[in-house]
Ligand binder design. Structure first.
Ligand SMILES: [Zn+2]
Ligand SMILES: [Zn+2]
Length: 92
């Protein structure tokens, strides 16, 4: 068990901030054979957020009027998708 803090440099060229890896964390990486993190917690957080916002859109016909539109669900998803118009018409 390492007791010293590991200091790493963020590999994001726009950041290059030094960040600490606490012993428990460093130990976990070692035990799970994971490489040490390349990016500071801030950059890692930002990357996660960016990934979450990156939504894939699929071209699907509206379940009601058959108009082609974009949906976040692929054709294989067990959902009927509606275009904006039909969606709101359905709610009312
Ligand atoms: Zn960073
Ligand atoms: Zn429609």
């Amino acid at each position: 068990m390492t007791t010293e803090k590991t200091i790493l440099k963020c590999k994001n060229p726009h950041c290059e901030k030094d960040f600490h890896v606490i012993p428990q964390e460093a130990d976990l990486y070692k035990r799970k054979n994971l490489p040490s993190p390349d990016f500071c917690p801030e950059c890692r957080h930002r990357q996660r957020m960016a990934l979450r916002n990156e939504r894939k859109l699929y071209g699907r016909p509206c379940g009601k009027c058959q108009k082609q539109m974009l949906s976040t669900y692929p054709e294989t998803a067990p959902y009927t998708v509606y275009c904006q118009e039909c969606f709101w018409a359905n709610i009312g």
